[in-house]
Each structure stands twice: as structure tokens, then as C-alpha cells.
Design a protein around this ligand. Sequence first.
Ligand code: C2O
Ligand code: CU
Ligand code: CU
Length: 514
Amino acid sequence: MKRRNFLINITAAIGGLVATKAIAKMGDNNMHETMCDTNSDKCQKGDDMHQHMNMGMNNNQMPQKLLPTSALPQGMSLPTLANLKNESNQKGVFEATLHLKPTKVALTPDLTTEFWTYNGMIPGPKIEVFEEDHVKITVKNELNQPTTVHWHGLLIPSDQDGNPQNEIPAGGSLTYEFTIPKGTAGTYWYHPHGHNTVAEQVYRGLAGTFIVRSKHDPLASIPEQHWFFSDLKLTDKGQIADNSMLDWMNGREGQFVLINGSYRPKIKIDSATRIRVWNSCSGRYLNLSIPNCDVYLVGTDGGLLAKPYLLTEPLLLTPAERAELVIMPKQTGTVYLQSIGYDRNKMGNVPPEQDIILGELTLTKSDPITLPNTLNHLPNMGPAVAHKLLEYTEVMDMKEPRGGVLFLINGKRHDMSRIDLKSKIHDIEEWTIFNNSHMDHNFHIHGAQFIVQSHQLNDKKTQPEYIALKDTINLRPHEKLTIKIQQNLPGLRMYHCHIIEHETTGMMGQLMVE
Ligand code: C2O
Ligand code: CU
Ligand code: CU
């Protein structure tokens, strides 16, 4: 393939306004050389990958024509997330049904797009329960392929957690049943976790929120908003685009980022507000900037922090991470909610990262409040009695049709029938995860919330600035991360990169807890 076609492929793949800029910048000359000028490490990698991509793209990659971003309306007011209705009238029981089905959604009066949805909604309905509630959710799969529902972050039995081994066949149904443990109030979500199908099912729309509340929530009196970020990539015909080769390599990024299913909505902040934020994007890293406000981080994946932490930089949320914020406007007015360009060292010739506008915030009042000093009592994990080491690597594989590159954990690709690691139930373990690759990846594990102990990059070791319950955490290229973790329920648990394309192509392992 000639360079010229190659460039067209790339720019078409990223679409929209960014592509136009990229073309203008790149023109006909050699983008690759530009990269070499600024970063010799990248130059090396660019070289390998460039050749490799030229080969790969000869096979069957057609350029993707994408819908211009002007085609979707923007500036509507932020929709609130609809609740999944509790069908039980028994106290402490939450019972409901989720229907998975193809659903036509009119994005504009003359543009109808087929999504795959839970109960016809984008995003899926919000599940809200209290600690210690008993949850019984029947899932009816009306797709033409198997699926599971994984309750991301919840500490529930492994056989109810939607492992790829427990698929619901096309046309089948399954009832998930579990009790929410005490002390696990937090911000969770649900999404498919079948074998080989997760990337497509998520980018077609399957994901929803799951909030666990505490009856003794120290922030209960603060008004609350929910910002569920998802990514949407539409073809010029307005249909959901397939993944391009770049999507499979780097994680999918569409031309639209939605909040609660709405493109660049208007959000009104009338007072100090608690905001639960989800990054449910397949591959997009969000680096949230909320101007003209004091932004306190009060909670992470698994619940509240010990005490509020005032953010001084944008908040990086990688795919699947959540945060709870309290924002206090410092002055009134209208500002953009943005994601500040974050270079995660993607492969191939991709344009530089740009700041993107996610929405518009109208701050009507500046009325700061005092947050409680103590929010939560986090577990004091004692000394580790076992140690584990995970290593992320990248290899090229021409036989892999989806991108031609594989990301491995400890040299292996996911195999549903293989146990990669074993843990003893209740043991406190120290895990070191080494990202021995050129790109950022994150790490997610099922069944437990962990506490990060240290980050090590280029021989520089740092401690986290606050102690937090996490189930997903980012790793820079060549970063070594140490966590403490305790699995308190027996059974099989997955761990993987949550760039969904990487997970789906096999960057996943299996832990047996006994
Ligand atoms: Cu959010 Cu293994 O998943
Ligand atoms: Cu998970
Ligand atoms: Cu990854």
C-alpha cells in the first residue's frame, strides 16, 4: 500500500474535526519523520509499527467514512439517568429484569441508529440499591449471540459475576442473584463479559450504572449528579462503525463522547454538587478539567476516600474507572467541561492528542460548603503473605486479524480453560504489575478492591497521594505498580486491561481463589 492511501486510512479512522486538522498538519509529507524529531523512543516504535501496519492494511481494511460531528445536536440539557424499576415490594430486596435487544434510536429526526441496549436505553438503566440489599436481576438475551452481565467492581460471588465461562446463549435468560456486602457503598457499573464479544457489545451500547448507597452516607445532604461518559463512533450513514485496525491496537475512540447518552450537553451547577463520574468508554482516556471550581475527590472505584482530597490537576480517568467529586463553583458563569489531551503513546501514525470539549457547565452560584473531615474508614491491610508478578508485553502477530498486534500478560493470551494464578482466600497479597510495553494500559481485577502501594517509573518510586479503594488503575509505559489485595470469596476471577479491545483480543488472565 502506498503511503498516501495509508494516511487516508488513518485520518478516516479518527474522523470528524480532529481528522481535518490532522490532514492539514500532515499534508502529504512524512508524519513519521515528524514523530522522530521529537521523541526517539517513539521513532523506534513508529518504525516497526509503520511497516507492520502497511502490511496489515493490505488485507481487508477499507477506509472508514465517518459522520461529521456537526450532524448530531449538541447543547441539550444533561439527561438524568433513568432508574431500573424495582419490581419487589419486599424490604431490602431489589428485583428487576434487563432485556438485551437491538434497538433503533432516532439521534436526529432523520437519523436512526441501531444500538444494542439494555431495556431500550442508552446508557442502560441505573440500578440503585443499599448495602446489604438482596439483588435478583433476570437477564433476557435477545441478541443473536451469547453474552454475560458483569457487575464491575462489586464484591459478589464469582458464579454470579458474569464470567465468560457462564454465558447466556442467544435467546436465553439467566437470573443473577447476590447480596451487597456491608461497607461497599460506591459507584459501580455493569457491562457484558462474554468470550470474544465484549468489545462489540460495549461499542454497540451495552453498559449501565450501578450505585450502592449507605444508610450512613456523610455526604447524603449534598445534591448529586451523575456523569456517565461513553464513546460513540458512527459511519457517514449514521450506523455504528466496526472497529478499525487502529481501534483494535489502541482501543476504540469514536468521534463523539457522550454524557448520559447526550452529545456535549449543558450542565447546570447551582451549588456545591456531588458528582459520580464513570468512564465507560472502550479505549478513550478522559483527563477531566472542570474550570472555575474547587474540585474535591471524595471517592474512587470502591467507595469514599478517608478524607476529601482537593485536586490541583485534571482528573485522569482511564476506561472503567470511576470517581466521586464534590465541585464548588468559585465564580459564576459558563465554562467548558473538557478532556485535556493526554498522550498514552498509541501505536501507528496517529495525530497528537488534543483537548476535547465534553460539555458546557453553567455555574449559577458560588456558595462553598465545608466537607466533613472524615468520610470513611478504609481497611488497614496488614503485611502481605504472598507476592505475585504480572508483566504486560506486546508482540506482533500477523495471524491476528484484529490489528496484528497482541498484548500479553506473563507471555500468554487469555485461555478460558487455563488457571494462571492461585490465591488463598483472605490472604493479603502484594501484586506487582509491570507494564513492559510502549503504551499505557490499565489493570482491572474482579472480586476485590485493592489499595495502591507505590508507582515506579524510571527508577523513581512514588507513593500515592491518598489511600483509595480501586479496581482499575492506569500504568504508564514501563511503569511498575504495587498493590495490596485480598480476595474474600472463593472462585474464578478475571484480571485484564480494561481497554476493551485489548481485553477482547486476550490481554486477560484468570485467578483461582481457594
Ligand atoms: Cu469491567 Cu472484567 O470488567
Ligand atoms: Cu470487572
Ligand atoms: Cu491495554
